[in-house]
Design a protein around this ligand. Structure first.
Ligand SMILES: [Zn+2]
Length: 314
């Protein structure tokens, strides 16, 4: 092959790599559903189907993170709630471990936390096996990896020993506050306010997406394969279509966690041991000693949403 041909092949290869464009993996926490006790089975099934239908329509291979305690009523496993998890798998989505009862690793001991991870495993393994899948991913509740080096290292070593892959988050956000606001609006049957809240949610998420894109550019000189965190809640059940369409409008295609994690950015060191549950982009930036200015311009949750959600501070 001549030198010119080699150069042409290199140019072609480079353009193919860049033509892959922006990628994001969608991860959805707190399955089967947030505030599960407040809705009838009929509503719960309807909301889950809405959520999954929107994901299917946009070919977004989401991974759901399960807290099996939410599938229990008065200590008994509820078959409707449990079968919702099967629905995720039947429709081709993946499920990961988010602990049984969502404990905060900053507040409980290592052994209490590990017991809670393991309590989630038997039934999760069972339904994954039914769908010829295995349990691979683990997501930290509140994104708390451990608020001391020793605590973080011991849990990371445990997860590694069990062949878990930690599921990081790059696009962290206040979607959960919007969801609480939306739930409180739904109770009032004020349809106009519900629609306005939904619209404000999409606008906020777009700002957040662009903010973390910028942070990625600043930290890595490129937009890494992003991982978005949202929850299985009524807000996303009603607005998943709009949310995914907004992401596509911003030039993204949807990938699964395996593909997202192939990005070398995820090998970046994280030595953040404070109490906050924050984006991995923030963790890496803090680890690299970035100053306060580096984090400037992060979109905040609007006051009216905080008020509706009855949250004092983000
Ligand atoms: Zn959670």
């Amino acid at each position: 092959m001549s030198r010119i041909s080699i150069i042409l092949v290199c140019i072609l290869f480079t353009s193919v790599v860049f033509a892959q464009g922006k990628m994001v993996a969608i991860t959805i926490d707190d399955l089967p559903f947030v505030k599960i006790g407040s809705m009838t089975n009929r509503v719960l099934i309807g909301r889950t189907v809405n959520l999954l239908t929107a994901l299917e329509k946009q070919h977004a291979p989401a991974t759901g993170f399960v807290n099996l305690s939410k599938a229990y009523i008065d200590g008994n496993l509820d078959s409707t709630r449990f079968n919702l998890l099967r629905l995720w798998l039947i429709k081709g989505f993946d499920l990961g471990n988010h602990t049984f009862s969502h404990p905060d690793y900053n507040r409980v001991s290592y052994s209490q936390f590990v017991n809670d991870i393991e309590k989630n495993e038997p039934l999760l393994n069972k339904i994954l096996k039914e769908n010829k899948k295995i349990l691979v991913y683990f997501r930290y509740p509140y994104l708390h990896r451990g608020n001391s080096k020793a605590k973080a290292d011991s849990l990371a070593a445990y997860l590694k020993s069990k062949n878990y892959i930690e599921a990081p988050v790059t696009i962290d956000n206040a979607e959960w506050i919007f969801a609480a606001a939306y739930d409180s609006v739904l109770k009032t049957h004020d349809e106009a306010l519900a629609a306005a809240t939904g619209e404000q949610y999409i606008n906020y998420m777009e700002l957040k997406l662009r903010y973390y894109e910028g942070q990625s550019e600043k930290l890595f000189g490129r937009n890494i394969r992003q991982i978005l965190l949202i929850h299985a809640n009524s807000l996303n059940s009603d607005y998943m279509d709009e949310l995914l369409a907004m992401i596509v409008r911003n030039g993204y295609s949807f990938v699964n966690l395996v593909t997202a994690l192939e990005d070398k950015a995820y090998q970046t060191a994280d030595h953040y041991y404070k109490n906050g549950g924050i984006s991995w982009l923030d963790r890496w930036a803090i680890t690299q000693g970035k100053s306060r200015d580096f984090f400037a311009g992060e979109p905040v949750c609007p006051e009216n949403i905080m008020k509706l959600a009855k949250v004092d501070s983000e």
